[in-house]
Design a protein around this ligand. Structure first.
Ligand code: B12
Ligand code: SF4
Ligand code: SF4
Length: 317
């Protein structure tokens, strides 16, 4: 399957692997995570559970997943950046669903040429695909204690994109090693102590969930939890030694940073009307919480916060 990987590299994907589709070996972990209520109000995760537990159900006769990583890192090796408010790096550029959607379609058409008569379907962060699981099975890295897929030479500031196909492609070996070892920096550094344990994130306490997925106003506690984060959160990745050592800024023109997002004017965001918001942020990830959600986030960032009781002293942020 060298041809598929060569084509993927030409399209700008940083790494590509192939997994044979089978029942998800960590289906029980997903069930437990959902039963514990850790998905919060993301009810679609409950609805999609059967497909995530057995990705062969996603597409008729699906046999293989071609899994890609795309590096979106902008500031490499930064454990405590000075600029506030902060926006997670994955959101600094045009919407990755659009940029990667097009690239994955091109990769899919290469697969159909290489295996005539095959069918394909493309996914990036929208659909019932267990993306991190498939990336690990395709040999692209291990799942860290922070739940991120970590590539040993790129780190975790990557998007995962998947092409499912009914073609029986030769699979790569899964990435079996767990290179976290005894480290637990991500768990200790999380500003809201959102990890119930290694690889067990209670999304309800996660800043990324609160600022992007949560609908409605914040409670006083939630507004405090958000802290300096206007959109998303990178702390559990910033502190990871694999990112500190190996993440490098992307040169991909499709992910050039927009200054309005990377260094936003939070005062303006609070007062911005909907029309202006759409003019500035249309086609960017900030449209997910939308005008209302971003105004809420901006107001929370501007509210002076008392220190969180449950942040342990001496963590390194
Ligand atoms: C829902 C969701 C969220 C939720 C919940 C996060 C979570 N930890 O589950 C919220 C909104 C909080 C979120 C936040 C973020 N997200 Co998100 N999110 C998703 C989404 C849509 C589904 C994930 C899911 O199913 N979660 C439920 C858990 C239980 O499933 P899981 O993450 O697949 O975990 C499996 C493994 O951990 C495995 N497992 C358990 N134990 C073990 C042990 C071993 C040894 C192994 C091998 C496996 C294993 O079992 C689990 C179930 O199969 C995916 C896209 C997708 N379709 O998969 C993106 C995705 C995971 N998110 C992504 C990103 C970039 C982020 C953020 C970094 C964004 C940000 N900067 O703010 C944060 C990171 C927070 C974090 N530390 O996880 C990327 C991750 C890329 C990568 N390199 O890993 C994805 C893949 C989107 C994409 N296509 O690029 N996200
Ligand atoms: S993204 Fe931020 S809030 Fe969420 S688990 Fe990681 S460090 Fe904690
Ligand atoms: S910070 Fe440490 S424990 Fe967390 S994901 Fe990185 S290596 Fe693993």
């Amino acid at each position: 399957m060298i041809d598929i990987k060569r084509r993927a590299a030409e399209l700008g994907f940083a790494a590509t692997g192939i997994a044979r589709l089978d029942r998800n070996p960590h289906a029980d972990e997903l069930d437990r995570w959902l039963a514990d209520g850790h998905a919060g109000t993301m009810t679609y995760l409950h609805r999609q559970a059967d497909k995530r537990k057995d990705p062969r159900l996603i597409m008729p006769k699906a046999q293989s997943a071609v899994v890609t990583l795309t590096n979106y890192c902008h500031e490499a090796g930064v454990a405590s950046p000075a600029a506030t408010p902060r926006v997670a790096q994955y959101a600094w550029s045009s919407d990755y669903h659009d940029v990667l959607g097009e690239r994955l379609e091109q990769l899919a058409s290469a697969i159909r040429e290489i295996v005539p008569g095959s069918a394909t379907r493309c996914y990036v962060d929208a659909g019932p695909v267990p993306e991190r699981e498939l990336a690990q099975l395709a040999g692209l890295g291990w799942i860290g204690k922070n739940m991120m897929l970590i590539h040993p030479e790129i780190g975790s500031f990557t998007f995962i994109g998947v092409v499912l196909t009914d073609a029986a492609l030769e699979p790569d070996l899964p990435f079996e090693a767990d290179r976290c070892g005894t480290c637990r920096r991500c768990l200790d550094a999380c500003p809201t102590q959102a990890f119930a344990g290694p690889r067990d994130l209670d999304a309800r306490a996660c800043i990324s969930y609160l600022t992007i997925e949560h609908r409605g106003e914040f409670t006083a506690t939630e507004a405090t939890q958000v802290g300096e984060w206007l959109f998303g959160c990178d702390v559990c990745q910033d502190v990871c030694p694999w990112n500190v050592s190996f993440a490098r800024a992307t040169l991909d023109p499709g992910f050039a940073p927009h200054p309005d997002i990377a260094r936003p004017d939070v005062g303006q965001l609070v007062t911005m009307n909907e029309q202006e918001f759409e003019r500035r942020y249309d086609g960017t990830p900030l449209t997910r919480p939308g005008h209302r959600g971003m105004r809420r986030n901006a107001a929370a960032v501007l509210t002076p916060s008392p220190p969180l009781h449950d942040v342990e002293p001496g963590n390194d942020l």
